[in-house]
Design a protein around this ligand. Structure first.
Ligand code: GDP
Length: 478
């Protein structure tokens, strides 16, 4: 039915006089108890960042407007974008360095390879883009901002050390993002290297190697001796072909910020990975709350370029402020349009500081199940011992019913960390801890991102809570 001005003001949590002012601006002489028709309600709600029907945010509404669908005929193949993940000291950085040293196209005379956050490797006529910041933390923090830039994850596992806790984290983070994994079994030059043990351990975590009858591609490599690199790159291209990665180069650019900083001489500098369309010098752009015009673009070899197509990373100058890694970048019609969108977003942020973004919480689970908003309840389990993780996982999965599937996306031993909270944000998950607590920084991040973190001492208490939430019988927490 129709809603009164007073109720709408309450729903949007804005002052009713302000709302009346807006309505007058639209030519509607309104008073507090006046009922508004649907169209007007929708218009006003959109101004405050809400869509009535689908519960979309302002950013989503703007993105719908900025990002049009491409027709299938307009799409052509694009290079894959790869992230390197794995346990600390297993050789992520060394592997990236060796690939760059041996495969990046020869530099211009006197030119220096410039760090811009991504490098492009050329193999015959094919290209692969490597993101330069290794690790699943960077990957997931981008995803927590809604950005998905990685097409393929390279999981580095040291052959002398095997699968370790961060290897498992990386596997689960890649799986949660639905990104295919290729395993590089590194340090094969070491006498203690034991690739069979690595394969055995991978199997235990759901990655069954191809030569063991499974589907996971594993490649033995040595980053130090530069062995196996060609095979690894070939496998990346193979997986990329199977994924049919495509984009339309002939449209306004859409991309994602992968790095950004304030440079003393040059002002805000950002590296953008162009994902669709072609970005050109002098295009008007918007990224997060930064707007402006592309003043110059520099590629990974320090060369100035005039345009950048899909799967190209370029450093850009000309933004009004420093955007965040993970912000989407759009080329728009003109500077004015870019500025208007940026201003709308700034206003929205001010309002959001009052009402923070809601991730899923157990208290609200039942309502969300009823309205069909959740079908999967994603759960991250942290515990003091591995045995508890398995026990909770099994018990929780059994709680699944027709309405909701309980889905453990990650389990690990140790305190609840910022990485866990980021994964929870990126995957709309709740975090459960047994005999472990969040670190202070994880706690703060969870508050900011409204991630529901619950700690328990007894397993059945957790199971009881989740069961009650699914059935709508959870006692509200105050
Ligand atoms: P990251 O923490 O995963 O980025 O690991 P690094 O690339 O920093 O490597 C950790 C250590 O392992 C360094 O001392 C490297 O020299 C060494 N390392 C990396 N790759 C290899 C390899 O293929 N063989 C051997 N023997 N050592 C390696």
């Amino acid at each position: 039915g129709n809603i009164t001005v007073k109720d709408l003001a309450e729903k949007l949590s804005v002052n009713s006089n302000e709302l009346i002012g807006k309505l007058i601006g639209l030519g509607i002489m309104a008073n507090l108890n006046q009922e508004l028709d649907y169209e007007t309600t929708e218009l006003i709600a959109a101004e405050y960042g809400y869509a009535i029907e689908e519960g979309k945010t302002l950013e989503e509404i703007q993105e719908d407007e900025l990002d049009s669908e491409d027709s299938p005929e307009s799409l052509i193949l694009r290079p894959p974008v790869v992230t390197v993940m794995g346990h600390v000291d297993h050789g992520k950085t060394s592997l990236l360095d060796s690939i760059r040293e041996s495969h990046v196209t020869e530099k211009e005379a006197g030119g220096i390879t410039q760090h811009i956050g991504a490098s492009t490797v050329k193999i015959n006529d094919n290209k692969i883009v490597f993101l330069d910041t290794p690790g699943h933390e960077a990957f997931t923090s981008m995803r927590a901002r809604g950005a998905q830039v990685t097409d393929i994850a390279i999981l580095v596992v040291a052959a002398d050390d095997g699968v370790m806790p961060q290897t498992i984290e990386a596997i689960n983070h890649a799986k949660a993002a639905n990104v295919p994994i290729i395993v590089a079994i590194n340090k094969m030059d070491k006498p203690e290297a034991n690739p069979d043990r690595v394969k055995q351990e991978l199997t235990e975590h759901g990655l069954v190697p191809e030569d063991w009858g499974g589907e996971t591609i594993t490649v033995p490599v040595s980053a130090i001796n530069k062995e196996g690199l060609d095979e690894l790159l070939e496998m990346i291209l193979l997986v990329s072909e199977m994924g049919e990665l495509k984009a339309n180069p002939n449209r306004k650019a859409v991309g994602t910020i992968i790095e950004a900083e304030l440079d003393k001489g040059r002002g805000p500098v950002a590296t953008v990975l162009v994902q669709k369309g072609t970005l050109r010098v002098s295009d008007s752009i918007i990224a997060g709350t930064a707007s402006g015009r592309v003043r110059a673009m520099i590629d990974s070899q320090g060369k100035r370029v005039k345009k950048a197509g899909p799967s190209t990373a370029v450093e850009i100058l000309g933004l009004s402020e420093v955007p965040h890694a993970g912000d989407k970048l759009y080329a728009v019609k003109d500077d004015k349009k870019a500025r208007v969108i940026a201003d709308e977003r700034k206003e929205q942020i001010k309002r959001d500081q009052i009402k923070s973004k809601q991730n899923i919480s157990l208290d609200e689970l039942f309502n969300q199940i009823k309205t069909g908003e959740v079908k999967d309840l994603n759960i991250i389990i942290k515990a003091d011992v591995q045995g508890s993780i398995e026990a909770v996982k099994d018990a929780l999965v059994k709680l699944s019913n027709e309405e909701v599937k309980v889905n453990p996306i990650h389990g690990g031993v140790g305190a609840i960390t910022e990485t866990d909270i980021m994964l929870a944000t990126a995957s709309n998950a709740i975090v459960i801890g047994f005999n472990v607590r969040p670190t202070t920084s994880a706690s703060n991040l969870a508050d900011r991102e409204s991630v529901d973190v619950r700690t328990y001492r007894i397993i059945y208490k957790a199971i009881e809570d989740i069961e009650a939430a699914i059935k709508g019988m959870l006692d509200p927490e105050y």
